[in-house]
Design a protein around this ligand. Structure first.
Ligand SMILES: C[S@@+](CC[C@H](N)C(=O)[O-])C[C@H]1O[C@@H](n2cnc3c(N)ncnc32)[C@H](O)[C@@H]1O
Length: 232
């Protein structure tokens, strides 16, 4: 898989940008289904950036272990510091053991399978066969009963919302193309990609007038798909 992008240059401002650009909805979406993580889970967290979500993860679930994989060295360092800061501020709160890995899905350890995958605003950077390879690689590392927490942008079916969503999306891709080197591309059909690997959405919610979507996917064959709930 090609990796010609890097978030190193914008690691120091990324959280601020994403918070103010969407009035905190990006963060709200990522927190929304954390409570679905079963106690004692072995969690695979890919592309979590500065790790700002880790304290929420510690407080809203009781995972056993987290494998945190980041392709940007600066983002990874920030994530490690986020955990150290949390431990200083909450010395009596137990946290799971964490393995930090500088790399991509190609570096996912084979030691054991994972109960939970988390990918937030990561899959939109990929398309075509790269995206399929990425989802396939992650899928292979998950147990049959695993859940996949996924948040990303979504283009509404309503033409009135697409009118502002499409230019906003293009603007964002253009910005991250200039600053982080990501490819400008159409937003993938995530439901189709997940479906190809047997994943079905069991919970879904939208934010920012449908432009941001948070979902829980499961691989179980007989799962009853949930309708996506409107904006939170
Ligand atoms: C758009 S940022 C989102 C960061 C975080 N999820 C958030 O919403 O704040 C995408 C992050 O994924 C990382 N990344 C991209 N491809 C990756 C991959 N294949 N494996 C691990 N990290 C990846 C980038 O370095 C970047 O930090």
């Amino acid at each position: 898989m090609k990796s010609c992008f890097s978030y190193d240059r914008i690691a120091s401002v990324y959280d601020l940008l994403s918070y103010f650009a969407f009035f905190g909805r990006i963060q709200q979406a990522q927190r929304y289904y954390l409570s679905q993580i079963p106690d004692g889970s072995n969690v695979l967290f890919l592309g979590g950036g500065t790790g700002w979500l880790l304290p929420d993860l510690f407080l809203s679930s009781h995972s056993r272990h987290i494998t945190y994989i980041e392709a940007s060295a600066n983002m990874l360092l920030k994530a490690q510091n986020t955990v150290l800061r949390f431990q200083r501020q909450h010395p009596n709160t137990p946290i799971p053991s964490i393995t930090f890995i500088y790399g991509t899905e190609q570096q996912i350890p084979f030691s054991s399978k994972y109960d939970v995958a988390i990918t937030n605003f990561l899959l939109d950077m990929y398309s075509g066969s790269d995206l399929l390879t990425l989802v396939n690689r992650i899928s292979k590392h998950l147990t049959d009963e695993a859940i996949w927490l996924f948040s990303d942008f979504h283009l509404s079916e309503h033409p009135r919302q697409r009118i502002w969503q499409k230019p906003l999306l293009s603007l964002m891709y253009y910005f991250f193309h200039l600053t982080a080197g990501i490819a400008i591309q159409p937003l993938p059909d995530f439901a189709d990609v997940f479906g190809r690997f047997g994943w079905r959405s069991t919970h879904g919610s939208t934010f920012y007038q449908g432009f941001i979507r948070s979902q829980v996917y499961r691989r179980t064959k007989d799962v009853i798909p949930d309708a996506v709930a409107e904006d939170r």
